[in-house]
Design a protein around this ligand. Sequence first.
Ligand SMILES: *[C@@H]1O[C@H](CO)[C@@H](O)[C@H](O)[C@H]1NC(C)=O
Ligand SMILES: *[C@@H]1O[C@H](CO)[C@@H](O)[C@H](O)[C@H]1NC(C)=O
Ligand SMILES: *[C@@H]1O[C@H](CO)[C@@H](O)[C@H](O)[C@H]1NC(C)=O
Ligand SMILES: *[C@@H]1O[C@H](CO)[C@@H](O)[C@H](O)[C@H]1NC(C)=O
Ligand SMILES: *[C@@H]1O[C@H](CO)[C@@H](O)[C@H](O)[C@H]1NC(C)=O
Ligand SMILES: *[C@@H]1O[C@H](CO)[C@@H](O)[C@H](O)[C@H]1NC(C)=O
Length: 472
Amino acid sequence: MDENILAWSLSKLAHRRFAIWAFLGVLLIAVSLFTVLKPYNGLDLPLLTLHWSRGINLKMLSILGADDDQKSILQSGEVIQPKKFEPFLVPICNFSEDKSDFCEIKGDIRIQGNSSSIFFTSPQIGTVQKNNTRWTIKLYARKTDKYAMAEDEDLLLKPALSDQEMPRCTVNHTIPAVVFSGRGYTGNFFHDFSDVMIPLYLTAGDFNREVQFLFEKKHRKWWINKYSPILKALSTHEIIELDNDQEIRCFKNALIGLKSHKDFDIDPEKPPFGNSLRNFTKLVRRAYSLQREKATKLTAQDKRKPRLLIISRKGTRLLVNEDEVAAEAQSLGFDVEAMELMNDLRVFSKRVNSFDVIVGVHGAGLTNMVFLPENAVLIQVVPLGLEWLAKAYFEHPAKDMNIKYLEYKINKNESSLIEQYPIDHPVITDPSLLKKEGYGKFKSIYLDSQNVRLDVSRFRGLLLEALQLVQG
Ligand SMILES: *[C@@H]1O[C@H](CO)[C@@H](O)[C@H](O)[C@H]1NC(C)=O
Ligand SMILES: *[C@@H]1O[C@H](CO)[C@@H](O)[C@H](O)[C@H]1NC(C)=O
Ligand SMILES: *[C@@H]1O[C@H](CO)[C@@H](O)[C@H](O)[C@H]1NC(C)=O
Ligand SMILES: *[C@@H]1O[C@H](CO)[C@@H](O)[C@H](O)[C@H]1NC(C)=O
Ligand SMILES: *[C@@H]1O[C@H](CO)[C@@H](O)[C@H](O)[C@H]1NC(C)=O
Ligand SMILES: *[C@@H]1O[C@H](CO)[C@@H](O)[C@H](O)[C@H]1NC(C)=O
């Protein structure tokens, strides 16, 4: 590695460490000043009401099963500006992360699900202006994404005027609470992992399964059931749906919102430090009882052929000549299957885990790589215009999972768009132009109206590369 780069990243790390220590120092001083001036007596403290309004979301009906990202990956250029929050919340809340806002409260916390409110007192909080003002926070871990957040609910924060606003506990919990949103883009396979399961792991992974999950739901039971192996790996306690909960649940420690670093990925240098995406996929393999941790290279002694899975899609971004591609792979010695997404992850995850290579056009189906053994191969087929999404959503995560990543960027003449536009049309020659014009239009063309027909003789090269990676 270039020494300058190394020095630069070390100094960046040092800066970051310094910033954290400085922050902790200021926090400590603030807390101790506060404690000195105003000892905790449980009543004399600011009382806040966190409250989130509810809404009915019928806009995005969840489609069970197959083409999970019909609703699509709406990574948008249209970004909503992060909110500015009241300084008094700073000791408990972090609003400066890119992906999500979250608060970690220690004190007396009372959660009333059916009114979507969280009441609390905490010695961590400084002076609160006792105006009946409300602040809003959203729990879904994609805070600047206009579309996702429109689905999510505002969590309103308001200082309460009196402690009569603290309802009486009907259930006392001794373990910490993690409150999160099951709305936003949930139901989309990619976003379920990117925006919920990985953030949940980052937020609750340290509790040794002694944590109570509470969430605002969007889907019926199938969603919880689909992910229950992961939820159970993180908590031994039954998840609570807040929407119709009649209890007043009291906690001494609560995390409101989830920690999130980036799309479908983990940054080991962000809190909770030292976690990587590989730690997460390991947990997933354990949760779904997947046999293969690591793919070992097949040798001449191995009886079986290397297995290749083609992730089929319906609706959009079809691989039109899937049969031809399958036949080509077969002729090179692969044992080939083509499958669509299935909703039953307990079954599907085991199937996926048995493969050495998966191939698919950019889309939510590639999320299945979380079930692959390490050292397996992902071949992402990248349609016109989607390089940036391909990189952020699957290339980086694949590498961080220790999956070998190969990419097949299609030529113009492999895209169905050339049947709709002249070959020298800007749609074909410069997709970035349309991206600038607005995400909606970009999406409607490149994500929603484009199929691919692979040039099999060119694709063969990539299949041979994959074969070399899995065979000794
Ligand atoms: C809050 O977020 C910032 C921005 O990413 C980060 O640097 C900082 O460490 C976070 N603070 C805490 C206490 O987690
Ligand atoms: C709270 O109310 C006081 C008096 O009405 C006002 O001066 C102050 O600006 C208000 N603070 C906020 C945050 O609204
Ligand atoms: C919960 O704990 C509080 C404080 O210790 C106590 O007053 C209350 O009776 C308890 N409520 C229940 C339902 O156990
Ligand atoms: C919410 O639950 C409380 C009991 O905790 C009950 O008194 C109240 O009537 C409920 N409100 C609604 C709107 O269901
Ligand atoms: C993550 O995995 C590494 C390597 O196996 C291990 O050393 C580390 O302790 C793990 N971290 C957590 C938080 O489990
Ligand atoms: C498609 O385009 C590539 C690169 O421009 C070219 O090499 C190839 O021959 C073309 N294939 C067909 C079938 O036109």
